[in-house]
Design a protein around this ligand. Structure first.
Ligand SMILES: NC(=O)c1ccc[n+]([C@@H]2O[C@H](COP(=O)([O-])OP(=O)(O)OC[C@H]3O[C@@H](n4cnc5c(N)ncnc54)[C@H](OP(=O)(O)O)[C@@H]3O)[C@@H](O)[C@H]2O)c1
Length: 249
């Protein structure tokens, strides 16, 4: 829920009108009475959060959705929404869906701590960096086709030299370990204690099997730390990073 679903100027965003119509259209298309989770996909600058939350609350009370969920909002906006839901006794976001993989670790800074503090479920997307962490990309390596070659948006998202350098280090590490890079990448993502489950993407059965093999990887905390050290750690959310004295002097 967010992107345009038709030519009507109102058929987009997170307005009450669009959300209600979109949920009803989804129920019809799916031939079901109820959606377990309903995700708002991105933040809508043009709609007050209260309007979105009231619409989702109404849909929950009507039994059309069980839980509202949110993807791609900054942590502080999710926190604002949780505060409004609590104050107004509205259904709250129970599940967040951030991007999270070895080269996109921004979620570690605020989204995952927020989820822990507020007891939210976390399903992450793009555990393979849309293909970057499968062994076929690197500073000197790219396949003839693939999402990061064919899709400009994704090529841009994962095109930094540092992303490719991380992919090289990660591929070498996986080879040394004797595990498919794709398998190890999914195992790394799902081993974060706050990750409920990653959403994997696959173009064919063999790719899917590589990702599913992550369930058999014994990802100890030590192994996870060694893999984590292969990519730059994102900056913390505050510049006041020294250990503060208890007396605050
Ligand atoms: N909320 C959001 O904004 C958002 C955004 C993105 C995705 N999602 C959700 O998350 C799901 C997964 O995201 P994603 O598709 O980006 O996940 P991903 O698992 O990071 O990337 C999947 C892609 O990697 C490549 N790949 C997968 N396994 C491979 C293997 N074993 N060897 C080589 N290449 C392999 C394939 O692309 P190629 O064959 O083309 O290389 C495949 O399409 C999506 O389906 C969607 O439901 C949500």
């Amino acid at each position: 829920m967010f992107y345009p679903t038709g030519p009507d100027v109102n058929a987009q965003g997170l307005s009450r009108r669009h959300i209600v119509r979109a949920v009803e259209a989804s129920l019809t298309r799916l031939g079901t009475d109820r959606l377990d989770f309903y995700f708002v996909h991105a933040f809508d600058e043009n709609t007050p959060i209260e309007q979105t939350l009231r619409a989702l609350d109404d849909l929950q009370r009507q039994g059309k959705i069980l839980y509202p969920a949110v993807s791609n909002w900054a942590a502080w906006r999710i926190a604002t929404a949780l505060g409004i839901s609590a104050k107004e006794a509205l259904a709250r976001f129970e599940l967040v869906e951030p991007m999270y993989n070895l080269v996109k670790r921004q979620a570690e800074v605020e989204i995952l701590p927020l989820a822990a503090a507020e007891n939210l479920g976390v399903i992450t997307y793009s555990p393979l960096g849309a293909g970057l962490l499968t062994g076929k990309y690197g500073a000197e390596r790219r396949p003839d086709s693939g999402r990061l070659v064919d899709n400009a948006r994704y090529a841009d998202r994962y095109g930094l030299d540092s992303d490719l350098a991380t992919a090289d280090r990660f591929t070498a590490f996986a080879e040394e370990l004797g595990v498919e890079p794709a398998t190890l990448a999914v195992a790394w993502t799902m081993a974060h204690p706050m990750v409920t489950a990653p959403i994997v993407g696959a173009r064919n059965l063999s790719q899917l099997e590589d990702s599913l093999a992550a369930l058999d990887v014994e990802m100890t905390p030590d192994l996870r730390e060694r893999i984590t050290a292969l990519s730059p750690t994102p900056a913390p959310a505050t510049d006041r990073t020294e250990t503060l004295k208890s007396t605050w002097t």
